[in-house]
Design a protein around this ligand. Structure first.
Ligand code: SF4
Ligand code: SF4
Length: 135
């Protein structure tokens, strides 16, 4: 969630996170996938995105599952309870252009937030998708 800025305040990398009360970057994890190619690959993905909070996307780095799951160390005020000991991936995350500036989805080449979205893609990608069970 992006807060309204007090008059005259300019967002910089140094102060940006203090205005980002939702700390969006701490509310999900992603897992890189081998590029799905076959009907069986996509059938498995359909099962995965059928679960609440599980999404699928493709960007310039490939295919990923995204699990909406707030970090257990995220504090109600948006801070990190283990800041001094936080994992390296958290340290490496840059806020130069992050979810505060725009939703991640804008950089996705393909985005499947749920079963219906992925099913529509499968039907378009594979001729005879709905007949595969009888094959
Ligand atoms: S890096 Fe970006 S998304 Fe994460 S807390 Fe800072 S401003 Fe928010
Ligand atoms: S360990 Fe801290 S910085 Fe890393 S995701 Fe969790 S709350 Fe965010």
């Amino acid at each position: 969630m992006i807060t309204t800025l007090p008059a005259g305040v300019r967002i910089t990398s140094a102060n940006k996170c203090s205005f980002c009360h939702g700390s969006k970057c701490c509310t999900y994890v992603t897992q890189h996938l081998d590029t799905p190619r076959s009907m069986a690959d996509f059938d498995l993905l359909l099962w995965q995105v059928s679960h609440r909070g599980v999404q699928l996307y493709k960007d310039e780095d490939g295919w990923f599952l995204l699990f909406e799951a707030p970090c257990a160390h995220l504090q109600p005020d948006g801070g990190c309870a283990i800041y001094e000991r936080r994992p390296q991936i958290c340290r490496d995350h840059s806020n130069d252009y992050c979810e505060f500036d725009a939703p991640s989805e804008v950089s996705f080449e393909l985005y499947f937030p749920d079963y219906d979205a992925l099913l529509a893609y499968c039907r378009k990608r594979f001729k005879g998708w709905d007949r595969r069970r009888s094959a």
